[in-house]
Design a protein around this ligand. Structure first.
Ligand code: COA
Length: 352
């Protein structure tokens, strides 16, 4: 699926927030659990550490701080949100949806609320859906959350997956605006590759051990990821009539530094325009792009007029891009460094 954001009603991101749990899990700690090393993980993935949710924290708990932060930026207490989409593969439970749980916690009484599953591309899919509903006039204030608690579905004895992932969540508010915001989108899926990254024991096909853990064919996923990060970005840029030279801020899915470097080089985007935080968070699935957006915001890299390219990819296999012109100067980050275990956007409600 590909298209321009052609609606008469321009839509943009007006609020942004993120949160990662406090517990930091280092590569050295992982090497005490499985046969791996900091050197191997850094060389193959660029991941230095990741955050892990407390036993008491489910997805809605990780999502709430970032959602509140995003809503604060638009002066909302949550009651006027009329659409709430949570992109995740690790909801609190199959039902009720995490969106409905969050809508209740935020006091969004009139909101349509549902969860969306598109692997690590979930946040991109959810943004495009919310865009469509706001552009069509169905929603006036949409809250899109992307987040995952992947630590719950990892096999803690499997070094091939354990070292890659982490927990975190972020949120954006989408609203009609004077000027566009969103410019073009591209989304896709290839179900034939589904078995390369899957959670086979998690649904109506089978709901039992030992298939309750993530399984992955790392090499196939690597090849897929480097291919679609490039093709999806090129497609969405061409659709809008832009080139990589026009891109000011590139936010790829934070799976692995090698994958990001590969895509960045193939695309020809200078490295100083790329946002990377996978070294600190690992792959947080649907949380990855909003966490990286929040970091870009905290670093003052999202300026009005900046052309922002976001591309996700993940289980499905799926991919998706959105191209947008940044329209709002969101609340500035705190000047002082964040305390250990909490990241930079903390004083505006969350941490990322
Ligand atoms: N620590 C140490 N050794 C490990 C290891 C770990 N955590 N994980 C795997 N290995 C070993 C393998 O067993 C293999 O050993 P062998 O040669 O004796 O069989 C060796 O390292 C090389 O494994 P290989 O799978 O070829 O490594 P790789 O260079 O392909 O890197 C990934 C593995 C997973 C890092 C890489 O394939 C990748 O990044 N894939 C994409 C994964 C991803 O991003 N998924 C999410 C997408 S949303």
């Amino acid at each position: 699926m590909i298209g321009d954001a052609r609606s008469d009603l321009p839509v943009t991101i007006t609020g942004l927030g993120a949160y990662a749990p406090e517990r930091v899990l280092t590569n050295d700690e992982l090497s005490q659990m499985v046969d791996t090393s900091d050197e191997w993980i850094m060389e193959r993935t660029g991941i230095r550490e990741r955050r892990i949710a407390a036993d008491s924290q489910a997805l809605s708990d990780l999502s709430l701080p970032g959602a509140r932060q995003a809503l604060e930026q638009v002066g909302s207490d949550g009651s006027d949100v009329d659409l709430l989409v949570v992109a995740t593969v690790t909801p609190d439970m199959m039902f009720p949806s995490t969106s409905a749980i969050l809508a209740n916690e935020l006091g969004a009484k009139d909101a349509a609320a549902y969860d969306l599953s598109a692997g690590c591309t979930g946040f991109m899919y959810a943004v495009v859906q919310a865009y469509g509903m706001v552009a069509a006039g169905l929603s006036r204030r949409a809250l899109v959350v992307g987040g995952d608690v992947l630590s719950r579905i990892l096999d803690w004895t499997d070094r091939s997956t354990l070292v890659l992932f982490g927990d975190g969540a972020g949120a954006v508010v989408l609203e009609p605006s004077e000027e566009a915001g969103f410019l073009a989108f591209e989304l896709g899926a290839d179900g034939a590759g589904g078995e390369h990254l899957w959670l086979p024991g998690s649904g109506s096909r089978k709901f039992e051990d030992p298939d309750k853990f993530v399984k992955m064919n790392g090499r196939e996923v690597f090849k897929f990821a480097t291919r679609v990060l490039v093709s999806s970005a090129e497609d969405v840029l061409a659709r809008y009539g832009a080139t990589v030279d026009d891109v000011d801020v590139y936010i790829p899915h934070q799976a692995n530094v090698r994958i990001i470097d590969h895509a960045t080089k193939r695309l020809g985007i200078p490295s100083d325009r790329v946002v990377i935080n996978v070294d600190r968070y690992g792959n947080t699935s649907s949380g990855s792009i909003p966490l990286a957006l929040a970091d870009a915001q905290a670093e003052g890299r999202l300026r009005p007029g900046s052309l922002v390219l976001m591309t996700g990819m993940g289980a499905g296999l799926t991919w998706g891009s959105a191209l947008m012109r940044w329209t709002q100067r969101l609340e500035a980050p705190p000047a002082e460094p964040a305390p250990p275990g909490q990241a930079r956007a903390k004083t505006t409600g969350g941490s990322a």
